[in-house]
Ligand binder design. Structure first.
Ligand SMILES: Nc1ncnc2c1ncn2[C@@H]1O[C@H](COP(=O)(O)OP(=O)(O)OP(=O)(O)O)[C@@H](O)[C@H]1O
Length: 381
């Protein structure tokens, strides 16, 4: 973590108004001793958008955020905030708000003083300051704790104070790096809802970093799925789910089943895949060549049971696990060489019996097809 000065400088320009693009990133690149951490990341973020960088550890999320914040210098590329190129500006001159996993509150100051500090730095008149701090604390449910010091607060309350301090001066963009990472699951869920509510109420533009898929799905208008320093796909949660562009996205977001087979027919309406288990699976149209090896991806929640012989595959139920109102089922397909279990998520009322012989079916609109990178078994490779 760099030496962070969280406060805006007195010369920070007025935040951009709610029009146009508050943030534009072009071809950002960063290498560390020959290792590429971020490789040509570009994106445009609209006013009021909640955008999340999602990816596994080491995918370049924090490095990208730190370059936008100004704590890490890019090798190349540019960052434009509210129409102004800030690529070479110090963090405190970019006028952005920050919330990190570590709360970084001033321990000797009360909650009120912590939140008022950014406004004092900017010489905001006293009456205006009182109004804005009061409103911000109220919104975050912290009014009753205004006189406490950080050590007298829980982790969740401290993080709310940090959030208030970031939004009290209404920066055009707020950057958050795993802000809920140190909290337990229940508190995380509660604060996610609060962050989303405040963001929507104030129309804030937020860039958020997390490795937690569920958190990203709950919070985001758009998610940039990152892998090896690159954005695999930058889309709405629904698009990522329904139209993943890479196997990585399908797997990372939906823990998809990948069913190997060969592309049999391609029309403008659908793609037909002859699965290795023998059945025919209909998917949405793709741009792969007929005859090539492919993997059909379908999420567990998008599969349904049908009578054996009716669907794209028949198999035996191996496990049935109840998870609240859902039931997780695994099916061992019969036929062909494929032995991978197929995972389903069904409403609890539709649970099959262990050992039952079932058919599997899926709406073609929910099936993606990707070229297979594995050697073709029929070519002897
Ligand atoms: N200061 C540094 N020096 C050398 N390598 C670095 C440095 N910071 C990051 N890296 C490397 O750059 C890559 C991207 O790191 P980054 O922290 O951006 O990933 P991340 O997706 O945020 O991961 P995490 O979720 O674990 O924080 C990693 O391979 C990491 O080891």
């Amino acid at each position: 973590m760099p030496d962070i000065d969280l406060m805006p400088s007195r010369t920070t320009p007025a935040p951009a108004t709610g029009t146009g693009k508050p943030l534009s990133v072009k071809a950002l690149r960063k290498t560390y001793s020959g290792v590429t951490a971020v490789d040509e990341v570009s994106m445009e973020i609209a006013a009021g958008e909640f955008v999340t960088f999602l990816g596994s550890s080491g995918s370049g999320k924090t490095t990208t955020l730190m370059m936008i914040a100004g704590f890490c210098e890019p090798d190349s590329g540019s960052i434009v905030v509210g129409g102004r190129d800030v690529t070479r500006l110090a963090p405190q001159k970019r006028g952005l708000g920050f919330v990190f996993q570590q709360y970084l509150l001033f321990p000797h100051m009360t909650v009120w003083e912590n939140v008022a500090f950014p406004l004092q730095l900017r010489d905001i008149p006293k009456a205006e300051l009182r109004r804005r701090v009061g409103e911000t604390l109220e919104m975050a449910g912290l009014s009753a704790m205004a006189r406490r010091r950080p050590r007298e607060l829980s982790g969740g309350q401290q993080q709310r104070v940090a959030l208030c301090r970031a939004l009290v001066y209404r920066p055009p963009v707020i950057l958050m790096d795993e802000p809920l990472g140190a909290l337990d699951k229940k508190l995380r869920d509660q604060l996610q809802t609060e962050i989303k509510r405040i963001q929507q109420e104030l129309g804030l533009t937020v860039i958020y970093v997390t490795h937690d898929q569920e958190e990203a799905l709950v919070l985001s208008d758009r998610i940039a799925v990152m892998r090896d320093g690159l954005i695999d796909q930058f889309d709405t949660p629904q698009e990522l789910f329904e139209r993943p562009r890479t196997p990585f996205v399908a797997d990372f977001l939906g823990a998809a089943n990948f069913l190997p087979g060969r592309l049999q027919q391609q029309t403008s309406e659908h793609t037909l895949v002859r699965l290795d288990t023998g059945g025919l699976l209909k998917a949405r149209p793709q741009s792969a060549m007929e005859g090539t090896r492919v993997r059909a991806a379908v999420q567990p929640g998008r599969l349904a049971l049908c009578p054996p012989g009716d669907g794209f595959c028949t198999g035996t139920v191996e496990t049935v696990t109840y998870v609240g109102t859902l039931v997780r089922v695994t099916v061992r397909p019969v036929g062909g060489a494929a032995t991978e279990l197929v995972r389903l998520e069904l409403p609890a009322g539709r649970a099959p019996a262990l050992g039952e012989n079932v058919g599997l079916t899926a709406d073609p609109a929910n099936v993606s097809v990707f070229p297979d990178v594995l050697p073709d078994p029929e070519s002897g490779g």
